[in-house]
Design a protein around this ligand. Structure first.
Ligand code: DX5
Ligand code: ZN
Length: 220
């Protein structure tokens, strides 16, 4: 079995010492760097844009996992790819032509992720899943770090895993929101391959210890 990937979300880190924070999670064994892009329309919060991603690209060789919580994402995917994103994930709720967006991302040699809000049913990705490289199950309503995991998402993760298996393709299953050492095993047992973690990692005192603790819990 493949090792679970851990993707610290920089939303919860100290932006004033961002380089130090990213190098520290890298050293602690992070597999990806998760970057949350919010526009104040699709979600009630505003964060960062392509320019910021470009700067992060210069300080890490880890894959940059860019989660777009913005309206009209198709208008911006190429900018984020140019800035150095390795994975670009788009919400189905805000893209009327998601197969086209997936194609644009994949044609640039990058990984195309699709995602849905907690209340959006999985049947909305019945066709997109046949083309995507990654499926992100949001386990909180997007917009903020530090929220609690929504328990009904256990079943959604399991169903998503089955849906992926039915495609016969390799699609990474990622979870994001309220993921902690205490529920990591549960979501991995349900089928998650990539754990996004914001507060659990960046609000801990020792990133090395925290990631070790998570790996121990997972038996990896
Ligand atoms: C929420 C973001 C998450 C967030 C997760 O809208 O997509 O990536 O940073 O933070 P935690 O792990 O604190 O729930
Ligand atoms: Zn995210």
């Amino acid at each position: 079995m493949n090792k679970t990937k851990i993707a610290p979300s920089i939303l919860s880190c100290n932006f004033l010492t961002l380089e130090k924070e990213i190098k520290a999670v890298e050293k602690a064994g992070a597999d990806l760097i998760h970057i949350d892009v919010m526009d104040g329309h699709f979600v009630p919060n505003i964060t960062i844009g392509p320019l910021f991603v470009e700067h992060i690209r210069r300080i890490t060789s880890k894959p940059l996992d860019v989660h777009l919580m913005i309206e009209n994402p198709a208008m911006f995917v190429e900018d984020f790819i140019k800035a150095g994103a390795d994975i670009v994930t788009v919400h189905v709720e805000t893209d009327n032509h998601i197969l086209k967006t997936i194609d644009v991302i994949k044609s640039s040699g990058k990984k195309a992720g699709i995602t849905l809000n907690p209340a959006t049913p999985l049947n909305s990705i019945e066709y997109a899943i046949k083309e995507a490289d990654l499926l992100l199950i949001m386990t909180v309503n997007p917009g903020f770090g530090g929220q609690s995991y929504i328990p009904a998402m256990n079943e959604k993760i399991r169903k998503a895993k089955r849906m992926i298996e039915e495609t016969g393709r390799h699609v990474d299953l990622q979870v994001d929101g309220g993921i902690k050492a205490s529920n990591a095993k549960k979501v991995v047992d349900a089928g998650a391959d990539i754990l996004v973690m914001g507060t659990e990692i960046f609000h801990s005192k020792d990133y090395i210890k925290k990631i070790k603790e998570i790996r121990n819990i997972l038996g990896e």
